[in-house]
Design a protein around this ligand. Structure first.
Ligand SMILES: *Cc1c(COP(=O)(O)O)cnc(C)c1O
Length: 358
């Protein structure tokens, strides 16, 4: 079986470093806070080209805290693409605001920025472009609209657009270190990045019970912290992220070579100006469910990200229609993609895909 993601290769590379780092944490039994968290936050801010990084418990919290720091709440609207992971919409709803969905570009799968700008009303308090599958949305179309841009950078650690790194293009960004993300923890974790010192301070305040001084609570907050043990893992992985992302780029190039002339397969398109980091390698095929089943039956763990657009999920169901998102949901197929995937594995994936097309 070729898995959709194989994390064992990454783990082997950092196992000793993690064991040593965790050994120090265990010896001191200091599991919350500590120098490891600060060190990772600093390293990730520097990697992302921003002044501030606040580690939090997961990516959904990162987005919600970013929105709350901006003052988003009841009666407000936030614009986001219909074809994201549901967490983007959850963060908006949990902040008390209304998600306003828009369609995506049919070629890049990224938010249709014209539709997003057209959806702005006097109640719009944020636009959330999602850097889906590992490439940055054309955020420049959304700046200067008088509305803060909150990047959903969960799938794009290390991606760049015109030289700027994911998480540094908007007003503020939320990212996820869920294990399967390009930078993945050994459990849940996330972070907020921004150049705005006052927003960073607000996020930190909200993430630790509305308090910067112990037992002085100046706002209603949360408990959403980055665990010390996760910070150790993330620092070890961050040192290798550029190499691992380069391996994903090489694997994507090889898929393109293998699949370029295969009738019935549309390979993904990279938006000019982008360095794509291939969180996922998503092709389009007709009769997708049958192709998917056949690949799985032949030992290839392809996957679907995501089978249901947000506006067709139970919590966000509307009668609105987003034709591009709906059409894509029926055609997309994520091929196995991870640092360390071998050429032989990729050749097998291509062979099984071609066989499945019939
Ligand atoms: C993973 C992901 C999130 C949420 O991250 P969690 O850490 O799982 O809460 C948000 N948005 C997108 C696009 C994601 O892929």
């Amino acid at each position: 079986m070729i898995p959709p993601v194989d994390l064992t290769i990454q783990h082997e590379e950092i196992a000793e470093e993690v064991a040593a780092g965790w050994g120090e944490v265990l010896a001191r039994t200091a599991f919350v806070g500590g120098p490891q968290v600060g060190a990772f936050e600093e390293a990730y801010a520097s990697y992302s080209g921003v002044a501030h990084c606040v580690g939090v418990a997961n990516g959904t919290d990162a987005l919600e805290l970013a929105l709350r720091a901006l003052g988003v709440g009841h009666g407000d609207e936030c614009v986001l693409p219909a074809n994201s992971f549901i967490a983007t919409a959850e963060a908006v709803a949990r902040a008390g605001a209304t998600p306003v969905l828009v369609d995506c570009d049919p070629e890049t799968f990224l938010i249709d920025t014209k539709a997003a700008v057209a959806a702005i009303t006097e109640r719009t308090k944020a636009i959330l472009p999602v850097h889906l599958y590992g490439q940055i949305a054309p955020v420049e179309d959304l700046l200067d609209q008088g509305v803060p841009v909150v990047e959903d950078a969960a799938q794009s650690q290390g991606a760049t657009r015109h030289g700027k790194v994911s998480g540094s293009l908007g007003t503020i960004a939320g990212t996820s270190f869920y294990p399967g993300k390009n930078l993945g923890a050994y459990g849940d974790a996330g972070a907020v990045t921004t150049d705005d010192a006052s927003l960073a301070t607000k996020v930190r305040l909200l993430s630790q019970h509305g308090s910067v001084t112990k037992y002085v609570h100046s706002a209603l907050g949360f408990n959403s912290r980055l665990d010390t043990l996760q910070a150790v893992v993330l620092s070890a992985k961050l040192r290798r992220l550029s190499v691992w992302n380069a391996q994903r780029v090489a694997a994507a190039e090889y898929y393109e070579t293998l699949l370029a002339d295969v009738p019935g397969v549309v390979v993904p398109r990279v938006l000019p100006g982008n360095t794509h980091v291939w969180h996922l390698y998503v092709v389009r095929v007709q009769d997708r469910d049958r192709v998917h089943d056949s690949m799985r039956a032949n030992g290839v763990g392809a996957a679907i990200h995501y089978p249901t657009p947000i506006h067709q999920t139970a919590p966000f169901a509307t009668a609105d229609s987003f034709p591009n998102a709906e059409k894509l949901a029926g055609e997309i197929l994520s091929l196995p993609m991870f640092p360390g995937i071998t050429r032989a594995q990729q050749e097998r994936v291509a062979e099984v895909l071609v066989g499945a097309l019939g």
